[in-house]
Design a protein. Sequence first.
Lengths: 600, 358
Amino acid sequence: MSHEAALHAHESHGHDDHGHHEHHDTFLTKYVFSQDHKMIAKQFLITGMVWAVLGGLMSVLFRLQLGYPEASFPWLESILGKWAKGGQITPEAYYALVTTHGTVLVFFVLTAGLSGTFANFLIPLQIGARDMASPFMNMLSYWFFLTASIVMLSSLFVETGPFSGGWVAYPPLSALHDASPGSKSGMDLWIISMALFVVSSLLGGLNYIATILNMRTKGMSMTRLPLTIWALFFTAVLGVLSFPVLLSGFILLIFDRNFGTSFYLSDIFVNGVGALSNEGGSAILYQHLFWFLGHPEVYIILLPAMGMVSEILSVNSRKPIFGYMAMLGSLFAIAVLAFLVWAHHMFVTGLNPFLGSVFVLLTLLIAVPSAIKVFNWLTTLWRGNIRFTPGMLFAIGFVSLFISGGLTGIWLGNAALDIHLHDTYFVIAHFHIVMGVASMFGMFAGVYHWFPKMYGRHLNNSLGYFHFWVTLAGAYMIFWPMHYEGLAGMPRRYFDFSIWESFKQFAELNRFISTVAMIVFAAQLLFLINFFYSIFKGRKVTDPNPWKSNTLEWTTPINPGHGNWPGEIPEVHRWPYDYGKDGVDFIPQTTPVGEHESSH
Amino acid sequence: MSLYLSIAIIALIYVVIFQIAKASEYVSILKGEENSRKQNNKINGFLMIAFLVLGFVGVYVCNDMLFSKTLLAHDAASLQGERVDQMLWITLIITGIVFVITQFLLFWFSYKYQENENRKVFFFAHSTKLELIWTAIPAITLTVLVIFGLRNWFYFTGDAPKNAMVVEVTGKQFGWIFRYPGKDAVFGKKYYRNIDPATNSVGIIWDDKFAQDDILTEQTMYVVKGQPVKLIIGSRDVIHDVGLSAFRLKMDAVPGIPTTMWFTPKYTTKEMREITGNPNYTYEISCDQLCGNGHYSMKGVIEVVEQEEYDLWMAKQKPQYFVANPDKDPEAAKAAQAADADKANTKDSTAKAATAKM
């Protein structure tokens, strides 16, 4: 009681505060140094989109090399200069593109762009809070991200080229300046950028956790939270616990690179340089530190998408999400197991076989909560009344991709098979489908679904449908055949396969994949056009609750100001999934439970 | 010019698609938004079932075109590979069944339960029984896969048989070095500071009595059909990976930390050429861990031969000690004498020729 009263007092105080500020908004405080969680969300989203376009463009460029290794494109030389001498991408440029594509997509797009956007946008709106626990820290989180982005971008322009040792940056390759041109100053900038990014993630994550735990509106108990919020909560916990480990790994790497320590280095002779004095370090130590973040990172990317998909599937099936508690339990199980499976990325590093066996067991265990989620999503659709909004389509696409990519995880998680498939195209197919494309689908679903709340306008539906079908079919056409390349042993990160008797047979297939990749990339530009056009010229939203949804964000005005609700924050009386209950289409969370109604 | 033309055409396509989409929005306002929304819903519902059917057709066609190019199309080249293939098939069947069922349900439900005014949705929020069923079934299936997988894992990572031949493999940017222990079957000690790219590429300590008969080769490794071979793997600079796709195995080469892997080749290279029907077939060693700009060209070759051929090959190899120290090499000494004699002869003849000219 006293807690609620205190919360209430805080809210009304917060409101007065914000009301006071609203009159002084300048361009700079409204759009640039904003402390409004909704504006920060948009900043994350648009920065993420810029990176998505750049990262996608990079993949088109290196797919050009893989698909047409013999061809020469003079226009490439005019864009890339010495990196595409004679119109052909050089190995240096190829590896830089592959590395930057990976880093940018994993961290800048699918971590900052996805959970940065939706955690900021949805947490206060869906739990009933005026803003984040610390709006200032929230702003800092974006500014650290932007600084990281700028540093990363600048690394593309250094003389010796950007870092080119893969997004995992394994030493000694990443530690030795002379092992690769990309490991010179390009790597310094890469690592600085990543360190700034970690700070951004931590500032954001702490804020999300504090907000969810402390600032829920009256009646919003933890089990009345929409699954989006639960997913974002676990995401933030994963990030806060694992990103510092990555940072420590990077700091040791900086020491090895620049101050002559030997954390990761031992017994090394570099061509053209000679024997180095480092002895006694372990290159494998870095991999443990890296994957201690690296694996939870997969779920940092995936969980927000899962949460949003759960919400969107339920709203558009006009049916409650099936098994709320099981969904929550499986999220929790995934979050815990995420910390206990990192060494499955290291089965072929000479890992102790017993340790390996433990990681096999724990890795395959993750398939159980994942299966529960899939079956619950399917049951949510069953006997529903499905509206195919573009958001819903992308949510269904997410489930399809999650199944396809998740099942190949069972192959790779089994160490005895991983010995064969590790670092082949099978792995590329697996993680792009389950983590890359699937999460991207979750992000698209979120953007289509919450766009009316973000901008007060609608996206064009027809373009949305077109975007969805081209992307879904294209994603499968790109990544499905890669499984076969992997089953032929074709290794990842090869610039050219022409000297390989075992792999050159796929030249035609590679051309096909590259062509589809370009078409799919082109279709994404349609989404961008739709997005930016609709911000200014889209059909105006007339109904504050266009999807007839139960959650709190739709109880705000169509264009909510800073502080979200003009009056009191609404009180919550029920869980968010009363769709089709007792024949009523939907019952918002703010509706009190009726006398004869069975409360959920 | 053609570049600008293609840019113009692409831009035009965007404009057309965009205009159509915008027009459809106006049409929907004219027709009544609710009506057009329902129509769109039907179209997308139909596309769901169409995607399901076309998707499965696509999977079939893809398999038809590509299966023969995978390693599963013919026998594995090692005893270990047989087990990997068997596991692949079992995993493929189990996950394949799950894949077909779940994808079918997903798109079928989407189609079947598309919006319909007359349908009353089924308020179904929870069922402990169902949750238990689909917790238990995956758990049991996975237990089977884990047990099966771990048996193979411990076999692959376990000790090599006693009769295994031992070869040391060292990765470097960008190539492979192989060391055979020579007649004494013991490798001489090595230290990385002794590395001399020209004569001592792995840094053997010559003073070690076991070192002097060690044999070094580059790029091509010879092994014997039917005899287990144990690789002791290391790296000189960055992390590499000994990828043996034909044998279904791989292992990282880490500087400073030796790793091991063993396998038993089943077919000679010649036999494999017949099995695959490819006269150029070779067992290739691919580097499977990004190691720098030459990563994609870091190729090694394994020649699997019969014992006799191996013995012949081995007899021709000269211990690296003599390559590095020609003055210690009895054969080289002989050869040098012969060469000196030759030189004397040549000198003689040149002198003669010169005299003749004069």
